[in-house]
Design a protein around this ligand. Structure first.
Ligand code: FAD
Length: 279
């Protein structure tokens, strides 16, 4: 819960409130994370800054790519004819339609949860994030950063205002696998694989994992091994995974089981990206 709610008439006004109130304030998008029962923001000490009606709920398609406003809901992503299927699939990992109607892409990314529905897929897709701020003279400052950089340096970006997410139109293979016994349960593992294919060779590979109890992680050493063709089979993938991630042993499964899921999934998706058959 929040102690007060400020509704701004423009983005500039929103950013002015933010500059004035600093960490006593909190952006409010769909409110599904903030209002969770065990949310760290539930003590009533924060002033909410509503992000509604500021023009951030549009999806635009241009020659360059697709720009998604931070206030676009997960259901809007699924219903849009221009959003790539892999993003729709990731939005669909939120099993409840009621939640999808409220939860926004910006809120999901800014929460940077270990089990984020969207972050691994957005990293594999090489999505970019636009942030906005205001300086002392009232000038709006825009920044454009790769989503992997946002996640890797989350302490620096936490609390800054996300305005848009950009996905370059490209003929890129992106696929995410989510392992869970039910749609509503915390997944055992979430693995995303993205790559381009040039003359039968995988390039620009991005692999990101989540829901392993150790945060959202990109796996650059494995990406490089895939591009060098050092990983030819499941055994080699599994050995490489064991060297770079140590998932938590928890209610969703043992650390070894989750490493196994990551290893076999990377093998499968690598083969699929190369035009082979998936398991
Ligand atoms: C039952 C239940 C299950 C859930 N399961 C999952 C799950 O499995 N995986 C998962 O990822 N999430 C889960 N969530 C959390 C939440 O629903 C999603 O993360 C959702 O996408 C958050 O979006 P929101 O618009 O509701 O964010 P809000 O709750 O409005 O905000 C979340 C955080 O993001 C900040 N924020 C929001 N918009 C912006 C912006 N544009 N710029 C900067 N900061 C911003 C807020 O200040 C706040 O800190 C669950 C929630 C519930 C209630």
């Amino acid at each position: 819960m929040i102690s007060d709610l400020i509704i701004s008439k423009s983005l500039t006004e929103l950013l002015q409130h933010r500059a004035e109130l600093g960490s006593r304030s909190l952006f409010i998008a769909g409110g599904t994370e903030i209002n969770r029962l065990d949310s760290p923001h539930s003590d009533g000490s924060f002033i909410g800054l509503s992000m509604e009606n500021l023009g951030l709920d549009e999806i635009r398609e241009t020659e360059a790519g697709i720009t998604i406003g931070a206030m676009v809901t997960l259901q809007q992503l699924i219903d849009s004819p221009v959003i790539p299927d892999y993003i729709k699939a990731a939005a669909g990992f939120a099993g409840s339609r009621t939640l999808r109607n409220m939860a926004t892409i910006g809120g999901n990314i800014a929460s940077c949860r270990d089990d984020s529905y969207l972050l691994p897929t957005c990293i594999a897709a090489k999505a970019r994030i636009h942030t906005i701020d205001i300086d002392r003279k009232g000038e709006i400052l825009n920044e454009d950063i790769p989503i992997r950089e946002y996640v890797e340096n989350f302490e620096n970006f936490s609390g800054c205002c996300l305005s848009e997410i950009f996905i370059k139109k490209q003929d890129r293979f992106v696929k995410t696998r989510r392992y869970s016994r039910t749609a509503q349960r915390t997944p055992d593992a979430l693995i995303s694989f993205g790559s381009d294919l040039k003359e039968g060779v995988l390039t620009d590979v991005r692999i990101a994992v989540g829901s392993l109890g150790c945060g959202i992680k990109r796996l650059p050493i494995i990406e490089q091994s895939v591009m060098n063709r050092d990983l030819q089979n499941e055994e080699q993938c599994l050995m490489a995974v064991k060297k770079v991630i140590e998932p938590a042993d928890d209610i969703t499964g043992s650390s070894e089981y989750k490493q196994y899921l990551v290893g076999i999934t990377i093998t499968d998706l690598m083969n699929e990206a190369l035009g082979g058959h998936e398991r």
